[in-house]
Structures are given as C-alpha cells and as structure tokens.
Design a protein around this ligand. Sequence first.
Ligand code: ADP
Length: 486
Amino acid sequence: MKIAIVAAEISPWAKVGGLADVIGALPPAFRRAGAEPTVILPGYSSILTNLSAKQVGTLMTVQVGGDTHQFRVLQTRDAEGVPLYLIDHPGFFARDGVYGEHGTDYADNLRRFIFFGRAAAATIAELVRPDVVHAHDWHAAVAPIVLRADPYLYERTRGAVVAYTLHNLAFQGIYDVGDFPLLGIDWSYFTMEYLEFYGRMNLMKGAAMLADGVSTVSPTYAHEVASDPERGFGLEGVLRHKGDRFVGILNGADYREWDPQSDSLIAANYGPKHPSGKRLCNRDLRSSLRLAERACPLIGMITRMTVQKGCDLLRDALEGLMALDLQLVMLASGDPELEQFFRAAEKRFSENLRVLTRFDNAAAHRIQAGSDALLMPSRFEPCGLTQMYALRYGTTPIVRATGGLRDTVAEFERSSGSGNGFVFEDYTTHALIGAVQRMREAFADPRGWRRLMQNCFAADFSWDRAAREYLTWFERLEGQRTTQVA
Ligand code: ADP
C-alpha cells in the first residue's frame, strides 16, 4: 500500500507540537508494517539546512488566486529511509518559524498553506501516485480538497482513498468568503455540504466533508468532538454525519526518542529493571534549576502556554498549590500574558517554583526524567503525548479526564496497587489541587510509590500498534469505496 502523507510539521526539524511527533514516527511505523509511505512537507529551511536533498521531477507551477507560483520538489530521507518530499518555495518557507514568530502568526498563512496544499496535490498526482492520501490538520486540508474538487486532479487520483486526520479542532483554518477564490475550485463547493461554515470558509470542514474517511487521535476525543459543541468547535454535526467513517485512533509514543534507557539528553539512563538512575536525574534537574534538595515531590509541566493546556486553571490554583509541600517546574511558552503571570509568580515562590518560558527539547527530556509527577490539567486534549512520555520515564501523570488523557491514564488505587496516575474530572482549582494532594499522599508511601512507578513503566503505547490500526482503517475505507462505486 503506497501512502502519501501530507502535513506541515515533522519532528525534529519543524516542530510546534504533537503533530510533529506523529509525522516523525507514524511513517516509519507504516514502513515497518510493510506499507510504502512518502511524506510531503513544506521545504522549510530548518529541514533543508539539516538534510541533503535532490530535485525530483521538473519545475512545477500552481495557481493561488491570480498568482502563479513555481516550485521544485526536493527529495530526502528520514533516518529510517522514509522518503520526504519537500515543496521548495523559499518565499513561503525560508523563515524562522513554522506558522509564525514571537507568538504572532504570519499574515500570509492562508496563501502559504493553500499553496502548500495545491503543490502537495500536484506532487501526488504527478509523482507519487499513491493508493492512500493521508492529510493532517488544517494546514494540509487543501490537498484533499483540491484532489476531490479540482476536476483535473480528481481524474488523475480518483483511485486513491483520501483519509484526513484531525489533531486539534481548535484550529480549523476559517477565513472570509472573499478568500474562497484563492483555492481555485468551483463556487459550488462554497455550500453547507462542503466548505461553507456560518458564512465563512472552513478548510478543515471542507477536507472532512470531501475525504473518504476522517479520524482523530484518541477514541475519547472522537466521542467528545462529535457530541459536545464546546469541544467540536462547530464541527460536531459534520463528524456525526460521517457516521462510521469517523474514527478515533490513539497516537503512539516515539520510544526511539523518548526512552530513559537510551536517552542521551538526561543525566543517567534508567528503566524498570534498574530505576535508580531516576534519582540522579532528579538531583541533576534540581541542581540545574537551583531548587533545594528536599523530600517533597517535584512536579514537571511541559506544554504550550495556552488555555487549552489548563494554564489558566493552574494560574488560579497556583496559590493553593504552592502552599503544599512540593516543587514545580514549568517549561511552557506561548501566550504572553500567561507567561508574564508565571514569571512574576516565580519571583514570589522563588524557593519552590521555576518557570522556563521557552521551547527547549533538551529541557523537556530532563524534566521528564527528573520529575516525580507530570501535570497536564488540560481543558481539552485530543491525545496528548507528553503524558505517554512521562509514563515511560516512570513519572506519574496528574491529568484532567479529557480526550486522550482519559484513554491513557487511570487513577492509582493504593489499596489494590492498580492505576498509573492521578485523574480529576472537573475543570476547577479544587479538583486539580485534590489530585495533586492524592499524588502527595502516594509519594509519602515509598512501597506504594515503587509500585506506581512500575505501573507507569509498564504502559506501552507503541506506534506499531497505531500504524496497524491506520492500515486496517485504510483497507476498510478502500472496501467502502468499492462498494459505493459498485
Ligand atoms: P500538543 O500537540 O497539543 O502541543 P502534545 O502533548 O501532544 O501536545 O505534544 C507536545 C509535544 O511538544 C511534546 O513532544 C512536548 O515535549 C513538546 N513541547 C511542548 N512544549 C514544549 C516546550 N516549551 N519546550 C520543549 N518541548 C515542548
């Protein structure tokens, strides 16, 4: 099965969030499962300066509105030999950021990602000729849209299954109707059945409607977004309409990068059979942060600094939390107001709180390894990878029961010794602090805590399992299409 994956991020070169981790890990897992993946990405300078690439095919052109854009497709390979096709257009992609810089989106993102979707679709039609097109999130939505709505592209790719995966419904690519002509498709697609959304154009909706199948990144999130308007952000009807063509497939964790047994970024390697290295990582983290060596738990948090991730809830709970005997380190960048709040709070709680407002992958690894617990008080969470990584590092997650967090973390029961974390339901400071208190009680009992750590180590969310689920789903979609045509 030849699969063309279209996405705007890939770890480690162009990473904003979990999407990058997925695109870095899922294609190699497809390959291990016997499929033939090709990943189509914007030719960011961060990729082109790190990997050598050579041109495939001839110079191509696409139209965006009235403008003609020329581009080349450059081919390189990832560490496991998966071909990466890079859409080379320096005017759009030779920039420092993926979507923007200094907390502000680039003003021409719509044109950038319409161009990217069109160029990816042309690459698929002319060079890749896959059995399956698998596009991700709104930045790649234009590829499935034009593969179905542009008659020339449709003719050349009609045999391929088009699958579309939603990683976060909070970002749908919604623009004014006046921008619709930039897509270069017929106005008949500006209707409720396709791209029209409350009088505006919605790229995620268009891709979801036109794709053969839609998925999202955990079973619970799939259920939530199809049933709850607050979480579906207006797409709940669209997703319900897809019926059994809308599924939830839990992401995997990339244990090639996130495994304390082989991680070269942490102070000492450790694992379930020899967990003592975690103490060294803990000491190393505390000393590098100038936190006193104390018998209290050290809680880590690694996140985009946003309301989605519960940073506002943590802000409101901070006073009560810091009154408990614990230390907290946050690695979080994003919303400038929240950043400022936590930086000021760091001065106030200087003995026990550290706030690093930057994106720093090495620090993320050291916090995973050095913390006793990892806090994820998310308002909503499509899947969440950080808690999966935490489990592998024997770091117990404290999470709100939403989306993928509900699917991966279960409350630790001290009496039976079951469970791997601490889970709270309500989005309230009271519920958050309650979960942290339960963690502290468990921490005070060394035998129980060792059991909890072993339960964490035992969790296994491999990408190979996720890749198999995707392949089965693609096959089902292929079957459904055949039935439909017949
Ligand atoms: P999301 O995709 O919603 O941001 P996930 O938990 O799925 O959340 O993935 C987040 C990824 O981004 C993880 O790999 C995490 O380590 C990384 N990350 C988030 N914030 C930071 C940061 N400030 N510095 C370094 N890595 C970060």
